[in-house]
Design a protein around this ligand. Structure first.
Ligand SMILES: [Mg+2]
Length: 265
């Protein structure tokens, strides 16, 4: 029994050594391959943390639902404040407000392609399948049920309008038609002014400050912060902001660091 056990143990040890050698050899091979890959610079990998947060975190899911809950509460108040109005309207951005395009951004990043050049965007408009942002359809259906006119105002390409209309229809959103989906051509400010000519615009939704006011368009980051402070009363009232960590006019901003020397324990 002991002899058998010893023989078995010896065989097991030999197999273990062999397995270790094979594993180590494989690991060395993988390590050298990985090292070669790691030596290739891939700047877009810097987007991974932000994309993971935007696409996968339950916190973004909750923030988006929170924004739509606030939008619904405010719209209820606006409707109550205009009991006799039949011209109430809301204006909503599309990308990263109503629909989630993160799959395109992740595809590009994983191919080491910088999506902020936006040279893959037109294909996505034509062939992509964005997801609905949580809470969007429920809120828009509420607006629709109360007779509020919805304008989808987006800087998506006019040349792909049929595709964008098809995308929005496939997501079963209300009031999706040629007149109420207004894409890039006139500036957002001009499109907002056109809506305000014959509607009482009571609420705007967006993930970029430029969705709310032309003042933010091309403003420096410092000026954007000043304008946000000046416009404080709008946020959470008639301007509903959505979180977007994946792209924006802030993306090249310098970071501030604690000046103290790093001490690791
Ligand atoms: Mg947007």
């Amino acid at each position: 029994m002991n002899e058998t056990n010893n023989a078995t143990n010896a065989t097991t040890r030999a197999k273990g050594r062999l397995a270790w050698m094979v594993t180590a050899g494989l690991m060395l091979g993988i390590a050298s391959t990985s090292q070669a890959a790691a030596d290739e610079p891939c700047a877009p990998e810097a987007y991974a943390m932000a994309l993971r947060y935007q696409q996968q975190s339950a916190e973004i899911d909750a923030l988006q639902r929170q924004s739509y809950a606030l939008a619904t509460a405010r719209l209820q108040q606006k409707i109550a404040a205009h009991p006799d109005a039949d011209d109430l309207a809301i204006m909503t951005d599309l990308d990263e407000t109503v629909i989630d395009n993160s799959a395109l951004l992740v595809r590009d990043m994983q191919a080491c392609h910088d999506f902020t050049g936006w040279d893959t965007w037109k294909d996505w408009e034509r062939e992509g399948h964005p997801r609905l942002i949580p809470g969007a359809r429920k809120f828009l259906n509420y607006a629709d049920s109360r007779g509020v006119t919805i304008f989808y105002v987006s800087d998506r390409y006019e040349e792909n309008k049929a595709s964008t209309l098809a995308t929005l229809r496939s997501l079963h959103l209300p009031q999706v038609n040629d007149a109420q989906v207004r894409l890039l051509g006139p500036s957002k400010g001009e499109r907002r002014a056109a809506i305000e000519r014959d509607h009482e615009l009571v609420l705007q939704l967006g993930d970029s400050l430029a969705d709310f006011s032309s003042d933010f368009h091309h403003a420096s980051l410092k000026d954007q912060h000043r304008l946000v402070a000046e416009d404080d009363a709008h946020f959470g009232d008639d301007w509903i902001m959505f979180p977007n960590a994946s792209y924006g006019s802030w993306s090249d901003a310098d970071l501030e660091a604690w000046a103290a020397p790093l001490k690791s324990r």
